[in-house]
Design a protein around this ligand. Structure first.
Ligand SMILES: [Zn+2]
Length: 482
């Protein structure tokens, strides 16, 4: 994975500048009375420059978040009662209604919903089976947005390739076949290209269907779904994911010059009418500049398999609990902290786009100080990825240092799991993603295995602590981010 670590410590940064940046405007009883002694200034050379202003508060937040399993328990409840939250489903809208009610029960001062029109794709019945050299049904999942097989079973010889280059090399064999992409996992960014564009590329050479090796670094016999895309100038052919094991099996048949014949059947359908869904929005209004906003959140929709505990129930509950803990501690930052639970990240990002459109319409866009999303799993938190100006990155880096009671947290350039705030970022809003230890995330991602039992209550609580500290200090720091 291309993770560039950019550690900026107070030592590497002029102490005087930080002193100027962060010594005015905070208002905590426990910090007010120790802000301006010369002796204190000297001690900064050996410690974090935000310590004196926010160290105490950060400690309280971390203690409150990590002293409880509340986030994990809430996530378990959420995903036990509202699994399979695909856009257009009743389950998703039930989950949204529950979140709205519970946020109000938490005493969050402002809670509302925003209407969003979302694509309505339904899976229907589906199967894949090998019919030669012998008959065997394969675990499979149609890819999101895929077309169906026209009410018929689609039977064809397989051509198995490991890359788009190999597809091109064998382009004269493709017509009338089902192309199998047995692309070994490199990283998500690279391997997901086969899921998103594989059908289009194969259809160019006349393929009638596509099977995709699960986009996952491990092989445990299960397929991983996810969204795919068609362009307008090639025929739309059905596409489904199979397990890594089965893709490798089909590959071995092909390599022996004895390609398997398979039957694919899918009833998948994108409904003509979009469905009505909602973003959930909850706020702690700022005490001095309520019109300035720090957004935190995750996406409340999920795929229709598994429980969406990691993707992205965990992000939803972590951001929510961060807001709740700030509120519970009686901390009201200078700026507004706004929780947004976006709808339809998985197959449209219409929630993220509708949110951007609304804040532009209300003239709020320029007042967005920062947007932070949690959508890369809620395993052990290790830092943050940021996209914005270099100066803003320098201003935010010391906040990560406030989390040292948890562990050393990095602040780096570039972000993961920030799809819903991408539309804001393209309008100039600085964005951030929570970085966690991700090696297990893609074992379960978009599969039936994405359930709460894989998560650790202590790690989830640490994610809450990290997001709460970041959100609070970013909302309270004296300066606007440039
Ligand atoms: Zn997600």
């Amino acid at each position: 994975m291309m993770i560039m670590y950019l550690r900026i410590s107070a030592v590497a940064f002029p102490v005087l500048l930080l002193f100027t940046l962060f010594t005015s405007g905070y208002s905590f009883a426990e910090t007010n009375n120790k802000s301006s002694s010369a002796g204190h200034t000297e001690s900064r050379t050996h410690s974090n420059s935000l310590d004196s202003e926010y160290g105490n508060t950060a400690g309280k937040i971390i203690e409150a978040a990590t002293g409880t399993h509340r986030a994990y328990d809430r996530l378990a409840y959420f995903t036990d009662y509202f699994p399979h939250r695909l856009s257009g489903s009743e389950m998703l809208e039930n989950a949204i209604a529950w979140a709205e009610k519970e946020l109000a029960n938490d005493g969050i001062p402002v809670v509302r919903k925003q209407e969003v029109k979302v694509p309505h794709w339904v899976r229907g019945n589906e199967f894949v089976k090998i019919i030669a050299p012998y008959e065997k049904e394969l675990p499979m999942l149609g890819l999101g947005s895929s077309v169906n097989t026209g009410g018929e079973e689609l039977t064809a010889k397989t051509v198995v390739v490991e890359s788009f280059d190999e597809l091109e090399d064998r382009s004269d064999e493709i017509s009338g076949s089902i192309v199998v992409y047995n692309q070994p996992f490199v990283d998500y960014g690279q391997s997901v290209q086969y899921r998103v564009f594989g059908a289009d590329r194969a259809a160019e050479y006349g393929a009638v269907g596509v099977l995709l090796r699960a986009v996952s670094p491990n092989a445990m016999g299960h397929p991983h779904t996810g969204n795919m895309r068609y362009s307008d100038d090639v025929p739309r052919i059905p596409a489904a994911a199979i397990s890594a094991e089965d893709a490798m099996l089909l590959h071995r048949f092909d390599q022996r010059g004895d390609p398997a014949t398979v039957t694919l059947y899918m009833e998948a359908e994108l409904k003509e009418e979009p469905a009505l869904s909602h973003n959930v929005i909850a706020e702690i209004p700022g005490r001095e500049q309520p019109d300035e906003i720090v957004v935190i959140g995750g996406h409340i929709d999920s795929w229709d398999v598994g429980h969406g505990a990691m993707d992205d129930g965990g992000g939803v509950i972590v951001a929510w609990e961060a807001l709740r803990i700030i509120h519970e501690l009686g901390l009201q930052p200078k700026r507004t902290i706004r929780l947004v639970l976006w709808t339809n990240e998985e197959n449209g990002v219409m929630g993220g786009r509708a949110y951007r459109d609304k804040v532009i319409e209300k003239g709020e866009l320029e007042n967005h100080q920062l947007a932070l999303e949690v959508d890369f799993g809620v395993f052990k938190p290790i830092g943050f990825g940021f996209e914005g100006s270099e100066e803003a990155l320098r201003m935010l880096a010391p906040i990560a240092d406030l989390m040292s009671p948890l562990r050393d947290m990095h602040m780096r350039e570039g972000s993961y799991g920030t799809v819903d705030i991408g539309p804001l970022h393209r309008e100039g809003v600085p964005i951030m993603g929570l970085d966690v230890e991700t090696e297990k995330y893609f074992w379960y991602h978009h599969s039936a295995k994405d359930t709460i039992d894989k998560l650790d209550a202590g790690e989830v609580a640490e994610c809450v602590a990290a997001v709460a500290v970041m959100a609070f200090v970013a909302a309270d720091m004296p300066e606007r981010l440039p």
